[in-house]
Ligand binder design. Structure first.
Ligand code: NAD
Length: 291
């Protein structure tokens, strides 16, 4: 199947990432089936996209008819059964190995033969996920960055059994969405998560040890190393729960260097998940501003 045949994309998981992926796919002119645990969650995902598009209109970056057309291309659906109509599927549900294994089996059942299934996992082995399906050669990783409409990178992850045509299709799709794809081997945490998390976890340990405040550690990386955003602010943006999930997985896959610090576990247990919950290493206003 070539890129021109990809008319409808199934996106499973209508959270931060699934919503962002749905937005860029719809803005690129393709139809999106946006699925979550139930219809209400899928609709909430589309409502978030509507808000994102409205901001672009406010800023003069998008005109109202293009916004309406993009939004009309996103069809919220109750579950992945609707993906029988999809020409390509992207899984973007919660970062949890057992859940993703189950979802891969479901997607394999739901999608037509030959359809490529991509996972947006930040860390989990694509080889493992592919093995859950009857089409491992058509399973790849497609790791978008947050926020999807803004960030250029997509890591396309190939595993030893990937069909080069499936990898090429994911690369072509990322390219069509205006992203810059890189192809990486299926190693835990790929290229970006492994390196980014190492920095984030060390920054958390430094807060724990009283080396400096979160804001000062972030300033050190911004002004000292030219990072556009510090590792703790980035953690708030990504979601502390998401980073904890990745850290747990990388600990099991690589070793104790990725063991999550107590401060991360405690904040997640307290519901301090970062920007999305209003508090993480910073506090956030309801309109998404850092205090
Ligand atoms: P999120 O919590 O915002 O969204 C996850 C969504 O998955 C939720 O809407 C949830 O209801 C849904 N979900 C859970 N179980 C489901 C099921 N059985 N069926 C259908 N939907 C289900 O999380 P997120 O930040 O969007 O992360 C999603 C994926 O993207 C994860 O694999 C994560 O590692 C990856 N990712 C996240 C970021 C980031 O910065 N947040 C960046 C890159 C990749």
């Amino acid at each position: 199947m070539g890129i021109e045949a990809l008319k409808t994309i199934g996106v499973l998981g209508a959270g931060q990432m699934g919503g962002g992926i749905a937005q860029v796919v719809a803005q690129g002119g393709r139809r999106v089936l946006l699925a979550d645990l139930d219809l209400a969650r899928a609709e909430r995902g589309r409502d978030l996209v509507a808000k994102g598009l409205a901001k672009l209109v406010e800023k003069g970056k998008l005109d109202a008819p293009s916004r309406d057309a993009a939004l009309a291309r996103i069809v919220p659906v109750a579950g992945m059964e609707a993906f029988a109509e999809a020409d390509f599927a992207i899984e973007a549900a919660t970062e949890n190995l057992e859940l993703k294994r189950k979802l891969m089996r479901g997607l394999d059942q739901a999608c037509r033969e030959g359809v490529t299934i991509a996972s947006n996992t930040s860390s989990i082995s694509i080889t493992l996920l592919a093995a859950e399906t009857s089409r491992p050669q058509h399973v790849v990783g497609m790791h978008f960055m947050n926020p999807v409409p803004v960030m250029k990178l997509v890591e396309v992850v190939r595993h030893p059994g990937s069909d080069p045509a499936a990898v090429a299709l994911a690369v072509a799709l990322a390219d069509k969405l205006g992203k810059t794809p890189i192809v990486v081997a299926d190693a835990p945490g790929f290229a970006s998560s492994r390196l980014g998390l190492a920095l984030g976890l060390e920054a958390m340990r430094m807060v724990e040890q009283g080396v400096a405040s979160a804001a000062d550690i972030d300033t050190a990386m911004k002004l000292g190393y030219g990072h556009p955003m510090g590792p703790l602010e980035l953690t708030d943006l990504v979601g502390l729960d998401v980073r904890l999930g990745i850290a747990d997985y990388l600990t099991s896959a690589i070793g104790p260097a990725f063991a999550p610090p107590e401060i991360l576990r405690a904040k997640v247990a307290d519901g301090k998940l970062g920007k999305k919950s209003g508090e993480g290493f910073y506090t956030w206003t309801a309109d998404g501003k850092k205090r």
